[in-house]
Write a protein that binds this ligand. Structure first.
Ligand SMILES: Cc1cc2nc3c(=O)[nH]c(=O)nc-3n(C[C@H](O)[C@H](O)[C@H](O)COP(=O)(O)O)c2cc1C
Ligand code: SF4
Length: 563
């Protein structure tokens, strides 16, 4: 409470804190999206051309360097890297990456091997990125044939469902898509919005905010320009469900964006796709081309008074860009720090214009909502969590892959029936990404796949990725990995997270590697400060899995603490 009051006083007494970045938004807007500042600074020769970019955009060199230096792909230390090894949580728990690095050393120099988090290949691990493609391979021979150009199936995972499939059902073809676009346009904006509101769909990106209310808020704004952003920055290590939708159901996603544009009056849809998913970028590009051929985007779509164009933006490697306001800053070419809210993006988002940011999975569901009706969608699920949810299962399952279940489905059904149980003994699951809870296996039978069930037990459904922590994997090592990630990916805007995650990482690492004992009271204070004082759910959310681990693995962790 005290911190929030201080924050308010700071903002009121320092209006420049907000206006400075507002001005940068306006300057970035001058050139629009076609030759955007972000894409300009993402280029290989950006550093050499910094003076020209600075004078073109009327933005100081310091601001440009501040933005560029944030991204992994643009960091000078990564300039000469040729191959990137995944260090996401699923790969870390699988424990194959050291062997992979050893084998990669037969083909690359040490300084040519970097890291990426995560490549979305949690279903088979041993993942690396090479020449804009992702692979999984372990032996030196396999690596050798891959780098010599041998193609490998990138989708070696199972897809299944229980109940009524909404997102994993087959796409009905382009003829049907034309009919469905026509249907939405003939229904009119109000009716499409009504169907989405009737469906009661809540955002799948983590926060669970109702999509209909967000669309209505944006629709009610008066502005000559509005934007729809598809948040395809799926940064949660362990999650690959957005990747599945982008690559296997691209028209579901694009349809959702079209309808969001139709309802709100936006005429541009931006897909902000993580650079770690090169295959997704390619497939979405092809799908947009097909929409163009069938006049399902561009001017006067199907002869109606509705223009809508798509733009793909390839992200440059920064987890925090999944947070919607950091994402907006990123597209504007600003340093992707989280913005204070209000104003919310529906009021003042990209380039200070009303903007919808929705997750890939949320947008993809609109295809079924409009084809089968909002009421039908609302019949699936529980009283408060409607529809279906995709879950990503990692390589410790007998059936690793993507599974769709109705909200409210017992978690045990996912683990046992769809996932086929575990390949080896597992002690806990981290569900919902790095900010999601650490669920001990004994708790599986108490949980259903819906927002309320997870919250009531002190966990978080989030984006519903499942990373297995094996019985013999030390919990302290997992916590060090988590806090390392949190500290590295902190945007640095607020001190509780900027300093707190780094201090927590230091403490955990020292305790893991030496006789140092963490003062339990001090550590608890630190977690409370993070929860209560952080500006966004990154710093605010990271204490949750740590507290879960301290509660359920207290005996295992006791040796690292005092008091
Ligand atoms: C640290 C952090 C990372 C996030 N990463 C993502 C992400 O990768 N994808 C996503 O859709 N939402 C992510 N979010 C949530 C977004 O801020 C936002 O709530 C979401 O994109 C809204 O879409 P939805 O309403 O469809 O869920 C993240 C939030 C935080 C705090
Ligand atoms: S909590 Fe962390 S990521 Fe979020 S605004 Fe603060 S420093 Fe940035």
């Amino acid at each position: 409470m005290l911190y929030n009051e201080q924050k308010l006083v700071y903002l009121i007494s320092n209006p420049n804190a907000y206006h400075m970045s507002k001005n940068l938004s306006d300057l970035s807007y001058r050139k629009g999206l076609k030759n955007s500042l972000f894409e300009t600074i993402s280029k290989q020769d950006a550093v050499e051309n910094i003076k020209t970019t600075s004078s073109d955009f009327l933005i100081g060199e310091a601001s440009l360097i501040g933005a560029m230096s944030f991204y992994d792909f643009l960091k000078p230390e990564n300039k000469n890297k040729k191959v990137y090894v995944c260090n996401g949580s699923a790969c870390v728990c699988a424990g194959k990456q050291d062997e992979l690095i050893l084998n990669l050393r037969n083909h690359f120099n040490d300084n040519e091997i970097g890291h990426m988090t995560c490549l979305g290949r949690c279903y088979e691990n041993s993942a690396f990125h090479y020449k804009d493609q992702n692979y999984s391979a372990l032996t030196s021979e396999e690596i050798s044939s891959l780098i010599q150009g041998q193609k490998k199936d990138s989708n070696n995972y199972k897809v299944g469902y229980s109940g009524s499939p909404v997102l994993t059902k087959p796409f009905d073809g382009l003829e049907f898509l034309i009919e469905l676009v026509e249907k939405g346009l003939l229904m009119g904006k109000e009716k499409v919005l009504e169907e989405i509101k009737k469906s009661n769909i809540r955002g799948r990106g983590g926060a669970g905010f109702p999509m209909g209310i967000k669309l209505e808020g944006c629709k009610n704004q008066v502005s000559n320009q509005k934007y729809i952003i598809c948040n395809a920055d799926e940064g949660d290590p362990g999650a690959f469900s957005d990747r599945y939708l982008l690559e296997e159901k691209p028209f579901f996603v694009l349809y959702g964006m079209l309808m969001a544009g139709w309802v709100t009056g936006a005429n541009i849809g931006i897909l902000y796709i993580r650079g770690e998913y090169p295959e997704s970028v390619e497939i979405i590009e092809q799908a947009i081309e097909q929409l163009k051929e069938h006049k399902l985007c561009g001017k006067q779509i199907l002869g109606h008074d509705f223009d809508f164009n798509f733009k793909i933006i390839k992200a440059q490697g920064a987890y925090i860009c999944g947070e919607e306001t950091a994402l907006i800053n990123s597209i504007e070419g600003q340093r992707p720090e989280v913005r204070t809210r209000p104003p919310y993006p529906v009021v003042q988002g990209l380039f200070n214009k009303p903007t919808i940011v929705n997750n890939v999975e949320t947008l993809a569901a609109v295809y079924s909502i409009i084809s089968d009706g909002g009421q039908n969608y609302a019949h699936i699920g529980t009283a408060k969590s409607k529809g279906t949810k995709l879950l990503s299962l990692d390589s410790f399952f007998n059936n690793p892959g993507i599974f769709e279940v109705e909200m409210g489905t017992p978690l045990s059904e996912v683990i046992e029936n769809l996932g086929g149980g575990f390949k080896q003994e597992i002690k806990a699951l981290q569900i919902g990404g790095p900010l999601g809870g650490i669920v001990p296996v004994e708790k599986i039978t108490s949980l259903n796949v819906d927002f309320e069930s997870f919250a009531s037990q002190g966990f978080l459904l989030g984006h519903a990725s499942i990373v297995c922590i094996p019985r013999d994997f030390p919990m302290i090592k997992y916590l060090v990995h988590l806090m390392d990630f949190a500290a590295y990916e902190s945007c640095g805007k607020c001190f509780p997270c900027r300093l707190g995650t780094t201090r927590a990482h230091e403490m955990l690492k020292m305790a893991e590697e030496s006789d140092y004992k963490i003062d339990k009271v001090l550590f608890d204070d630190l977690l409370t400060t993070l929860t209560q004082g952080s500006l966004c759910a990154h710093g605010g959310g990271i204490p949750l899995p740590v507290r879960n681990a301290l509660q359920y693995f207290d005996k295992e962790l006791a040796t690292y603490f005092q008091n």
